[in-house]
Structures are given as structure tokens and as C-alpha cells.
Design a protein around this ligand. Structure first.
Ligand SMILES: Nc1ncnc2c1ncn2[C@@H]1O[C@H](COP(=O)(O)OP(=O)(O)O)[C@@H](O)[C@H]1O
Ligand SMILES: [Mg+2]
Length: 428
């Protein structure tokens, strides 16, 4: 009886033969030379326990084709059999979700050991495993969701602090998790992410979408060329340089960009304009969490009520919605606990009005970094920690931002080479 099925995709039949020889009876090895349509091949010939991809995939484009598989549902445990010095970058390899990398050609014993580990992982990642898949990261097998978590920061009124919060959240996620984070400025007309971070992007989302045709393959292959790297360890997809360019962007293209980004990153933070435009709805379709910013004044609170019921009508899971009450000052005649009632207890973070925010924007540094020890810095990180719970803490183990030193200590411990300014700045 055949208990295991292995698909080997390679230009040469030698790899398939070597694999068959390294395994005993009870294994069915299916070989294919269709190195272009991996998804189609797996779907047409599957299901498989293990996929072995041959040296022909050793390029950015080849790895991207393998990575595409992960958007289609359960993926066989993937083994890469590459030449002695792989050309594909570590990032490309990680994105495929491969669980083993073997140097090919290799001995029968090594091949069989790699395949055995792949079978073990394949058993682990069966559906009972909650949709998580193992990936190789820096030599270790870890588990992560197949697609990026998407945090969309939205509000019904302007000036509530969306851009301020989104930039800080991207910084927080990059430092907390050590994983790949992208901040996307979907305030297409008047985006301020680049200004707030003192970035001078060479390209924007308009340039990415100016490529023809805007299809999945092209986006997957070229997406990262259009991103700007921030020194704090996250990428930025900038808003268009002018409102005229923004007008030419179709919501369906934004949807596609979001889909492609989700395959490349672990976390995506989306900054939005202050209205529920079609573009924002396209972002919501990909969002796993929506953070709604509101300030402590009646128009903003009233609009937020309407906003929340609209999200309900859009069937956005209420558990994934959190409200951030921003710019809170004493004695403005509105009680925070009353607001909590009006907003169905959805407030997950309360941030004070603070001059540190303007200062941080003028410096081009998120307040989490430039004012790490100030009240706003601590409240920001505590609120994010609470809202995100355990899901954004793989790099931290049991640590909590509530430990002494808060975010400053945390950043120092995990990313110190990339945030030297933390050493110089304290509360201001
Ligand atoms: N907690 C805060 N304390 C003081 N000023 C704030 C705070 N949050 C935001 N701001 C300021 O409010 C203005 C609007 O913030 P911004 O993030 O651009 O809002 P939005 O993106 O929602 O339009 C900015 O000048 C910012 O510096
Ligand atoms: Mg803004």
C-alpha cells in the first residue's frame, strides 16, 4: 500500500530517480518537468505529502513561483534541492515555506534523512494544526500563519492620529517580532507616512501599478523593488507623489497589491484616509485587525459610533476591531468610561495628548523610539502589547513590555544594532 506521495519538480529526471532510490517501497514518487506552473501541477496531480523542488528553482523568480503555492491552501512540506551555493536569497527561500534545504547532488542517506524530516513536518502540519505552517528561519523551523497579519488603522474623522499610530505600530511590530513588517500608505491623495518618517521614497504605489499588466506574477516578482526600507527594520510602500496620480489607482489594484504584500511579509500595517473609500474597503478585505482612532470630542465619538456600525454591516468580525482613544486631556467635559460604553467597550488603548508626538514627527522618528520613556511612549507600547496579545511576541518569549525599561529595554535587547538612537534618548 502506498502511504506517501512525493512530487518532484525538476528539469532533469535524475533528481526523481535519486529520491525513489533513497526511499523504500511504499512511497510514490511523481516527477514533473513543469517548472513554470507549480500551482497547477500540485493541484492537478496532488495531493502530496512532500514537494521536492529541483535546482531549476534557484532564483528570485523560481522561489516566487514556489511561494505562490501558499496562497492556494494546504501546501505539501517542501524540500529545496539546490546546488552547492544557492543564488536565491534567504528571504526568497523563507517565503517558499520550505522546511528543508539539501545540497544537490547529495548522498542517498542525506536525501532520505531530509525527506524523513519533511514527512514528520507534513504530519505535524496536517489540518489539525490550525492552518499554521512550518518555515525555515535562520536555520530553525518555526511556525507562522501563511499570510501576513494585516492591521488597518482607520478613523471617521481627520487628524485623529492614524498616521502617528500606524508608523508607531510598524516600528513596534518590527522590534517586537523581528519579522518582516511593511507599512502601506493608503491615504493615496495626501499620504504623510513618508514625511512623518523623513523618508524620501524613490518609488510609490503608483510606480508599482504603472507596470503592465498588473498581474499576480508581476507583483510578486517586482513588489519589493518599489519599497523603501526604514532604518528601524520595516519596509514602506509610499503613497503617490500627487493627488492626480492617486486618482488613477483602482481599488481592485490596491486589493491585488495587498494580496501580494501578504505573501512577502509577516505583518502589514495600513494607514488610511479619513473616509470609507473603495480603496479602504479593499484594505479591509485583507485586514485581520482594524484599529479605529478616535479623539475625545463629541463629533469624533459620534462619527465613530456610525463608523463601527458600518463595519458591522460590512461583516467585519467584531473581535478584530479595537478603538484607540487618542489625544486624551483632562477636564474636557467627557468621561472616558462613558465613551467606553458608547463604543461597546472596544477601547483597547488610551493615549494622552502629548507634545512628544509633534516632536517625534518633526524628528522623523516614531514616538516609541524618540520618546520611549515618556508617558506617551509607554502607553503606546502597553496598548499595542495588550491588543496584540501573544500573537506578536515570538521573538520575545515570555517577556512583556511591562517589565522595567518598557519598550526601550525591549528594543535594546533585540534590535540594538539597528536603533542606536535609543541609547542616546530618554524621556524628554
Ligand atoms: N497623542 C497626541 N498628542 C498630541 N498630538 C497628536 C497626538 N496624536 C496625533 N497628534 C498630532 O495630530 C495631528 C494629526 O495626526 P495624524 O496622525 O496626522 O492624524 P490622521 O492621520 O488621522 O489625519 C498631527 O499633527 C500629530 O502630530
Ligand atoms: Mg494621516
Amino acid at each position: 500500500m502506498i502511504s506517501r506521495r512525493i512530487l518532484v519538480i525538476s528539469r532533469s529526471p535524475a533528481l526523481g530517480r535519486a529520491i525513489q532510490a533513497s526511499l523504500g517501497p511504499g512511497y510514490q514518487v511523481v516527477t514533473s518537468t513543469n517548472v513554470i506552473d507549480v500551482v497547477e501541477e500540485v493541484q492537478a496531480l496532488g495531493p502530496f505529502d512532500v514537494l521536492v523542488a529541483g535546482p531549476v528553482f534557484d532564483s528570485h523568480a523560481g522561489m516566487a513561483r514556489l511561494a505562490q503555492l501558499r496562497s492556494t491552501g494546504p501546501v505539501p512540506a517542501t524540500v529545496l534541492a539546490l546546488g552547492p551555493r544557492p543564488k536565491a536569497s534567504l528571504n526568497d527561500i523563507v517565503r517558499t515555506g520550505a522546511i528543508e534545504l539539501v545540497e544537490y547532488p547529495t548522498s542517498k542517506r542525506q536525501l532520505s534523512a531530509a525527506l524523513q524530516r519533511a514527512f514528520d513536518i507534513s504530519d505535524l502540519s496536517a489540518p489539525a494544526n490550525g492552518g499554521l505552517m512550518p518555515v525555515v528561519a535562520h536555520g530553525m523551523v518555526v511556525e507562522r500563519p501563511q499570510f501576513a497579519e494585516v492591521f488597518t488603522v482607520a478613523s471617521s474623522s481627520g487628524g485623529c492620529g492614524k498616521t502617528f499610530y500606524a508608523t508607531n505600530l510598524a516600528c513596534y511590530l518590527a522590534a517586537q517580532t523581528g519579522q518582516r513588517v511593511c507599512l502601506v500608505d493608503l491615504d493615496l491623495q495626501f499620504g504623510e507616512v513618508s514625511t512623518a518618517l523623513h523618508l524620501r521614497p524613490r518609488f510609490t504605489i503608483s510606480d508599482l501599478l504603472a507596470r503592465e499588466p498588473v498581474d499576480e506574477d508581476d507583483l510578486n516578482e517586482h513588489l519589493e523593488d518599489f519599497l523603501e526600507e526604514h532604518e528601524l527594520g520595516f519596509s514602506v510602500l509610499a503613497a503617490p507623489f500627487s493627488p492626480a496620480e492617486a486618482d488613477m489607482i483602482a481599488p481592485k489594484d490596491v486589493y491585488k497589491v495587498m494580496g501580494a504584500l501578504r505573501k512577502h511579509f509577516d505583518y502589514i500595517v495600513v494607514d488610511t484616509p479619513s473616509q470609507l473609500s473603495e480603496v479602504v474597503l479593499a484594505a479591509f478585505d485583507h485586514s485581520t485587525k482594524v484599529l479605529c482612532m478616535v479623539t475625545l470630542d463629541l463629533p469624533s465619538i459620534r462619527n465613530m459610533r456610525v463608523f463601527l456600525s458600518t463595519l458591522e454591516k460590512l461583516r467585519i468580525n467584531s473581535d478584530s476591531i479595537g478603538v484607540v482613544l487618542n489625544k486624551v486631556e483632562d477636564d474636557v467635559g467627557i468621561n472616558v468610561s462613558d465613551v467606553q460604553d458608547v463604543l461597546d467597550n472596544r477601547i483597547v488603548s488610551i493615549l494622552p495628548y502629548s507634545r512628544e508626538v509633534s516632536r517625534s514627527i518633526n524628528k522623523g522618528k516614531p514616538a516609541l523610539v524618540s520618546a520611549a520613556n515618556s508617558d506617551i511612549g509607554k502607553k503606546l507600547s502597553d496598548g499595542m502589547h495588550q491588543f496584540l496579545g501573544g500573537e506578536a511576541t515570538p521573538a520575545l518569549g515570555a517577556s512583556s513590555t511591562k517589565e522595567t525599561g518598557g519598550f526601550r529595554r525591549l528594543m535594546h535587547r533585540h534590535r540594538s544594532p539597528r536603533v542606536p538612537e535609543l541609547e542616546k534618548t530618554g524621556s524628554q
